[in-house]
Design a protein. Structure first.
Length: 406
């Protein structure tokens, strides 16, 4: 049974200006954003954008300045009112809500973290975090308890009595995140939340956000202009140009299958080794040995499939080790009937989401392939050195062919 999307955006359009109907009419005629502005003075910030976001997903919205990404984010909580289209949250169209109902949705389901922190300078860290609870009328003792617990969650335990000016930029942004989370929203909206931070602090905050997401599992909608940030944080990425949606896809889809030349120009300078994952280069482990097999079976399977080694799994397909052709041949010559004495247990493993950058040195130093396992330790695939090199070269060939065609 399919579950409904947490957030569904359908044909969202936002026109800034006094006569949006003129812009809408020209849009239907296929006129560009530039032509509409020159002829009517109306600015089409977002044009017929549609996408869905699943519960617990980290959804990145990116594009150049003026692409409409922040406008979309503000439409999601109706800080900006859409000109046309619909936005549903848990099946409820928030574009049709009156102000009273909208306030309830904002308080219960939506939290927002701003680029410039937006902390109250005259309030302590604790009071900043507790502000949303105060607005909701939560009793003081409860809001102090909840705000204190949230500060501990973001690593600011002991800073409750300090003021924002006494904190570093990264610490101030943690306060902003804690303030957004303390009201326990389903959806967290983050508008260029880390772009004002120094590069080192920014990377630390990205890592902390991923760790925090593992614990709280919120639906995150994150606006950024930084592709590396989008690739690192996002489950899926939406790329905009002049208010028009160009592509929505996983980081790997965006990198390996760009929808058009514009998206391709975004990704052509990316270090593929840092982004491409094991899942994109591995081979499925279709031929394996069972613990009940002996060296003669191992040699037969290797010979039939042109392999020099095979992984061994138990009845639940959990990885037990690896057997090489040389070891199997020697064991057969000695009359061994099991693999136990020739099993290599000290082998490298990886997960499906492991970046291949982490395997390059491993594959250079080992003579064995790398086993790919899932969370239960079951064998799902194999990575060999050639597959990694081919995966890295694939994008380069695509780019070279693209340039050659121009």
């Amino acid at each position: 049974m399919l579950t409904a999307a947490k957030v569904a955006v359908n044909n969202l359009t936002k026109v800034f200006g006094d006569h949006p109907a003129k812009a809408l009419k020209m849009m239907k005629q296929g006129c560009s954003k530039k032509d509409i502005f020159e002829k009517t003075g109306q600015n089409v910030a977002v044009a017929n954008v549609s996408f869905e976001i699943d519960t617990g997903e980290v959804f990145m919205i990116m594009g150049l300045s003026g692409s409409g990404k922040s406008t979309i984010l503000r439409c999601l909580n109706r800080l900006v009112t859409p000109t046309s289209g619909s936005i549903t949250i848990d099946g409820e169209d928030i574009t049709a809500l009156d102000e009273t109902m909208l306030r309830q949705v904002r308080r219960k389901k939506l939290g927002m973290v701003f680029q410039q922190f937006a902390l109250f300078p005259h309030r302590t860290v604790l009071d900043n975090v507790a502000y949303g609870l105060e607005v909701q009328g939560v009793p003081k003792q409860e809001r102090v308890q909840r705000a204190t617990a949230m500060l501990g969650l973001v690593g600011l335990e002991g800073w409750e009595g300090c003021y924002p000016a006494q904190l570093s930029g990264g610490m101030q942004q943690r306060v902003g995140i804690a303030r957004a989370l303390v009201c326990e929203p389903d959806i967290l909206l983050m508008d260029e939340a880390f772009s004002g931070l120094d590069p080192l602090i920014r990377r630390e905050m990205q890592n902390e956000l991923l760790a925090l997401q593992d614990r709280v599992s919120k639906t995150l909608v994150f606006v950024t202009h930084d592709l590396d940030e989008a690739l690192k944080l996002g489950d899926r990425i939406a790329i905009l140009k002049d208010g028009v949606l160009q592509q929505v896809g996983t980081p790997e889809e965006i990198l390996m299958k760009p929808a058009n030349e514009y998206v391709d120009s975004f990704v052509q300078d990316v270090d593929m080794s840092k982004v491409l994952t094991v899942e994109g280069v591995m081979k499925r482990a279709q031929v394996v040995l069972s613990q009940k097999d002996g060296p003669h079976v191992a040699l037969h399977l290797m010979r039939e499939n042109g392999l020099s080694s095979l992984f061994v799994v138990d009845k639940k397909r959990k990885l037990s080790g690896l057997v090489t052709a040389d070891a199997a041949f020697a064991a057969a010559e000695r009359g061994y009937e099991t693999l136990e004495g020739i099993l290599v247990r000290d082998i490298h493993t990886a997960r499906l989401d492991t970046p291949i950058a982490e395997l390059i040195q491993v594959l250079a130093d080992t003579k064995f392939p790398v086993a790919v396992t899932n969370g239960d330790g079951r064998l799902v695939g194999v990575v060999v050195k050639g597959a990694v090199l081919a995966g890295l070269a694939r994008k380069g060939r695509k780019q070279n062919n693209t340039f050659a065609d121009r």
